[in-house]
Design a protein around this ligand. Structure first.
Ligand code: HEM
Ligand code: PLO
Length: 490
């Protein structure tokens, strides 16, 4: 047995050859909760071994900001893992790609394309509102019968990204959509979990059930992406940019046309693989994150009917009942905005972000860090730090309001739902627009409850690459004035 605590490095968990610190990590708790608890014994920043890799866990906002912002570029690397390599054809996407020219180029291209649809232009708002209307109609029609909210929400957000990426959308019950629901859940359940395959890369020679499921799901996803790609290629025009895929195709073509000795498509990596994997990222991130936040939000609103009621009163007084909410109302609905912030605090979508890698020898606070070390930022610890948040497990949107209750604030620096710095979330603006519009449309028209005698939704998350709520059933009751007849005329 050797101690990990190298001179100057962070305190280390006990580690053994080959299996690393696995014995100290055996627990039935989710990793983010376990990592939070381990602080009591090892301090806020500590290290452990996962197989042969040094992993540093950061639980405090000061060190988190040093990693993400102050030394953002030094810590901008990403680890290669077996599961993410399967998902992204060895890191040919954005989120799981290592730092470098290819990653920078992709990020810039997608960022530009998303801005094109951005806040200024009305089209993204129109797309979201179209889906919000269809979602509310379906939820409202269900009457008092409990319905599976999850699949309706997912279809709504899927159609938003489908419109953005491919200019297409799905109807209810479309078999392609049903297939997508399944493979995406299969991927969320298996990818990037520090499953045994990721801890012991050599285990992949013994096929394990998770890896098999992942490969199956990825191959179904890839066929779908390929199909969309071929369709776009066949009717692509330089004169019209319909969607994100067109933007990427254009970037690929202009890179090919300007092929000089220095910049070839090889070095900037705009191969067909790169293009497909990048769209796959946006598609996957667009669907899984936003639908997860909406599910958490509704679960908490069902637990806290007084919060739901206050949002509805705010909507009634600011928007009224004669028109639907729009993006320009956002600034006038502070309580709704505060509720969204609180949901993102109490149940962060990515409680451990995506691991970062130190690209050179460096340090965090007074601790030295070796090149290649993997850094896990435990957002869960930041968002549940008792020194920063009073009763952190209590759901209280009021934390994000000023003293008069009229304006918004961020009461603690220990709040980073989208990460920060070079690797900050690429979809933050899009996600915020969607969450705001979907919630405001739903709550203007409907009240969400559970049927009498039904249990309240569980607030315990299911850990994976995103922290998802456990499935629950809801009732959506039209509010006064929004009964069916009204819905149809609107
Ligand atoms: C990365 C949060 C929605 C695209 C991330 C990261 C977080 C995050 C914490 C990791 C940052 C890091 O590793 O340091 C969220 C939350 C969302 C959301 C809370 C919803 C409320 C979206 C959407 C998209 C998106 C809608 C797509 C348009 C991405 C991409 C990355 C990323 C591409 C990787 C960036 C990189 O590695 O360079 N997000 N995200 N996200 N997100 Fe989001
Ligand atoms: C979700 C399942 C999809 O089938 C594939 C996919 C692609 C990008 C991933 C996303 C999944 C989960 C959420 C991730 C996103 C990239 C950035 C985002 C990890 C696995 C977050 C929250 O960091």
């Amino acid at each position: 047995r050797r101690s990990l605590e190298t001179r100057g490095g962070p305190p280390g968990l006990p580690a053994f050859p080959l299996i690393g610190s696995l014995l100290s990590l055996r627990s039935n708790q989710a990793p983010h909760v376990l990592f939070q608890k381990l602080q009591q014994k090892y301090g806020q920043t500590y290290s452990l071994m996962m197989g042969a890799h040094t992993v540093i866990v950061v639980n405090h906002h000061q060190h988190a900001k040093e990693v993400l912002l102050k030394k953002g570029k030094i810590f901008a690397g990403r680890p290669r893992t077996v599961t993410t390599d399967v998902l992204t054809r060895d890191g040919k996407d954005i989120a799981f790609a290592d730092y470098g020219a290819t990653w920078r180029f992709h990020r810039k291209t997608v960022h530009g394309a998303l801005c094109m649809f951005g806040e200024g232009s009305a089209s993204i708002e129109k797309i979201i509102c179209r889906e919000a209307l269809s979602l509310c109609d379906t939820l409202g029609e269900s009457g008092r019968a409990s319905l599976d909210l999850s699949s309706e929400l997912t279809r709504a957000v899927t159609n938003v990204v489908c419109s953005l990426c491919f200019s297409s959308s799905y109807c209810r019950g479309d078999p392609e959509f049903e297939a997508m629901l399944q493979f995406s859940q299969g991927i969320v359940d298996t990818v990037a979990k520090d499953s045994l395959v990721d801890i012991f890369p050599w285990l992949q020679v013994f096929p394990n059930a998770d890896l098999r499921l992942l490969k199956q799901c990825v191959s179904i996803r890839d066929k779908l992406l390929q199909k969309k790609y071929e369709e776009h290629k066949s009717d692509y025009s330089d004169h019209e940019q319909r969607d994100l895929l067109d933007a990427l195709l254009r970037a690929k073509r202009s890179a090919e046309n300007n092929n000089t000795a220095e910049i070839t498509t090889e070095t900037v990596g705009l191969s067909e693989d790169h293009l497909l994997m990048t769209v796959g990222d946006i598609f996957g991130a667009g669907v899984e994150t936003t639908s997860t936040v909406l599910k958490w939000a509704i679960a908490y609103l069902i637990h806290h009917p007084q919060v739901q009621k206050r949002i509805q009163e705010e909507l009634d007084s600011v928007v009224g009942g004669d028109r639907p909410p729009q993006l320009s109302d956002r600034g006038n609905l502070p309580y709704l905005e505060a509720t969204i912030r609180e949901v993102l605090r109490i149940r962060p979508v990515a409680p451990l972000l995506i691991p970062h890698v130190a690209q050179t020898d460096t340090s965090i606070g007074k601790f030295t860090v070796r090149k290649g070390a993997r850094i896990i930022i435990n957002l869960w610890s930041l968002h549940h730090d008792e020194k920063e948040w009073k009763n952190p497990e209590m759901f209280d949107p009021g934390r994000f309001l000023n003293e008069e209750g009229t304006g918004l604030c961020i009461p603690s620096p220990s709040y980073l739902p989208f990460g920060a710095g070079v690797r900050v979330c690429l979809g933050e603006a899009l996600a915020k627009m969607e969450i705001f519009l979907f919630l405001s449309w739903i709550l203007q028209r409907l009240t969400m409850t559970v049927s009498p005698g039904q249990p309240l939704p569980s607030l315990e998350g299911k850990f994976g690459v995103v922290l998802q709520p456990v499935k629950y059933k809801v009732n959506a009751t039209p509010r006064a004035g929004w009964e069916k007849s009204h819905l149809q005329t609107s």
